[in-house]
Design a protein around this ligand. Structure first.
Ligand code: NG6
Ligand code: CA
Length: 518
């Protein structure tokens, strides 16, 4: 155990025979319980409630995830905190609802870090509790500080390391945003110093082709927002120049992240078998652009979006195989979930809508990414710890914001005082030891809120934004006093019963008011 410290006590005493100097070496284990498992959070991107076979998904083979679900706990009422990436990731790592941080909006690739380095995160907490910690995959929580421009050619900090990750291999934001490079421990991988990177979201830098000027160079056509600099035949959001040798190939991204995740586990176990690890593994699948490696292209019956899900499933399976091979699978708690609900068309013409067939990405729920309908934040979530899990399907209401408090409970330590306080310890639900999670959960979409309590869901006045089809945004206005749904009878949120149950509406309205006044 790395964080063991030795107390060497020199106790001298005399006896009838001689003076004996006794060295008493007392090894005191640090705070981690001997039994503390490794923890791996596999955070899918834009994967909907209905996308995996075990949640009813059709046309895609997700056998590895389905098997994990069968041996662990599969949740039917698990929520990410928001219907987009940055706020959900913020909450998962900090234990704080993202609406409390005004910077927790979909970030451009050159945004500064939005997590204060003073704030404990799941990663820093586990690190301080004796875990080795690693991030592999999508970051999208900003890099660098707000008071000076980030130099992509130097040390990129503060970032993952400063909020608790010993090791990091990540992209800055999303695959559809520049800079299209990997960053390992705060440095762009494979950067040639004579070809420095420059990034700009306001205006063009350099003279490289864009989706607008050179559509003939594109592998996949894109809408205007996604038509800036072309990297690897894909036009992106934002402009970049330089860093040619460092640019990633979308087709290889899943393999690259998987290899880094596996290498981290392998090396760690080889060198420090007794120290537990925390791996936050955030693949790109199935965020746009869905540019699939040839060996998976066409592997699903529903086009590149399904192929991306198959890739995700394959990565989960490979990682599990590796955990088994190095002998740590049994004592590893694995969480598989998603950062927001599904979206079919999200800027690139990849056939996700026309080819979906019978597949319903949000399952029985209405809406998806960006929206306050259930489909925006109710996500698949599977928790498996072979040594401990009581396999079952659980209807407990839980939120990803609860992860921090639950892991604190797992390692038997109190939450740090200045940690996010919105989480509830739902460890026993995560392990299948209880079917109770939390009483209510707040859902956010593009800064507007909703709340679910028991079977009821309340959507305050405002609007609901959705992708309505290829190139179409749909906006639903929610008038006073808001909308009320009974989710058990009406999971698809079709019948607004606000008028029939004014008392219930008031009860839920007050929850929102108390938790987010104004
Ligand atoms: C949106 C992008 C979308 C996607 C999303 C972030 C436009 C029109 N759309 O702004 O393509 O990148 O941001 O997705 O620019 S998320 O999963 O990281 O939140
Ligand atoms: Ca996402």
């Amino acid at each position: 155990m790395s964080q063991m410290f030795s107390v060497v006590a020199r106790v001298s005493f005399s006896s009838a025979l001689s003076k004996i100097v006794l060295l008493v070496v007392v090894a005191v284990a640090a705070s981690v319980n001997a039994a503390s498992p490794n923890v791996i959070v596999i955070y899918g991107d834009d994967i909907g409630y209905g996308d995996f076979g075990c949640y009813g998904g059709v046309g895609v083979d997700t056998a590895n995830i389905d098997a994990l679900a069968a041996s662990g706990v599969r949740f039917t009422s698990a929520y990410c905190t928001a219907a987009t990436c940055t706020p959900s990731r913020y909450s998962l790592l900090t234990g704080e609802y993202a609406f409390r941080n005004q910077g927790a909006l979909i970030l451009p690739g050159n945004a500064p870090l939005i997590i204060s380095t003073q704030r404990p995160t799941v990663a820093s907490f586990l690190r301080d509790s004796g875990y080795a910690t690693a991030l592999v995959g999508k970051w999208h929580l900003g890099l660098g500080s707000a008071d000076r421009p980030l130099d992509w050619n130097g040390v990129i900090a503060p970032g993952p390391k400063e909020v608790g990750f010993d090791y990091s291999f990540n992209m800055a934001a999303t695959a559809d945003r520049v800079p299209s490079v990997y960053i390992e421990n705060g440095r762009v991988v494979g950067l040639d110093p004579s070809d420095p990177i420059e990034v700009n979201y306001q205006q063009m830098v350099g003279d490289e082709p864009t989706g607008i000027t050179h559509p003939e160079l594109l592998k996949v056509q894109a809408d205007e927002q996604h038509s800036c600099t072309i990297v690897n035949g894909v036009s992106r959001i934002g402009y970049m120049t330089g860093g040619q040798a460092a640019r990633f190939r979308d087709e290889d991204m899943a393999d690259t992240y998987l290899r880094k995740a596996i290498t981290f586990v392998e090396k760690h176990v080889e060198q420090k078998k007794d120290q537990p690890f925390f791996l936050y593994y955030a693949p790109n699948e199935n965020h746009v652009p869905r540019v699939i490696h040839p060996r998976f292209a066409g592997s699903s019956g529903i086009g590149p979006r399904g192929d991306a899900l198959a890739v995700f499933d394959w990565c989960v399976g490979r990682l599990i195989e590796e955990l088994k091979r190095v002998g740590v699978y049994e004592n590893t708690l694995i969480v598989v979930t998603s950062d927001n609900g599904p979206v079919l068309f999200d800027g690139y013409w990849d056939g996700a809508i026309s080819r979906q067939g019978e597949h319903r990405a949000a399952g029985p729920f209405r809406g998806g990414k960006y929206s306050r309908w259930e489909g925006g934040t109710r996500v698949p979530m599977i928790v498996s710890w072979p040594e401990r899990s009581k396999p079952q399907v659980s209807d407990a209401i839980i939120s990803q914001v609860d992860l921090f408090a639950s892991l604190a409970s797992l390692v038997g330590k109190p939450m740090p005082e200045n940690a996010g306080a919105d989480g509830v310890d739902v460890l026993s639900a995560l392990l299948g030891e209880s079917d109770w999670g939390r009483e209510f959960v707040v859902q956010e979409a593009l800064t507007q809120l909703a709340v679910r309590k028991g079977d009821w869901k309340y959507i305050p006045p405002g609007s609901i934004t959705e992708r309505g089809g290829v190139g179409i945004w749909r906006e639903t206005s929610v008038d006073e006093p808001g909308m009320l749904f009974h989710l058990a009878e009406d999971p698809g949120e079709q019948n607004n019963v606000a008028e029939q149950y004014p008392g219930k509406l008031e009860e839920l309205r007050e929850i929102i008011f108390d938790i987010a006044p104004g």
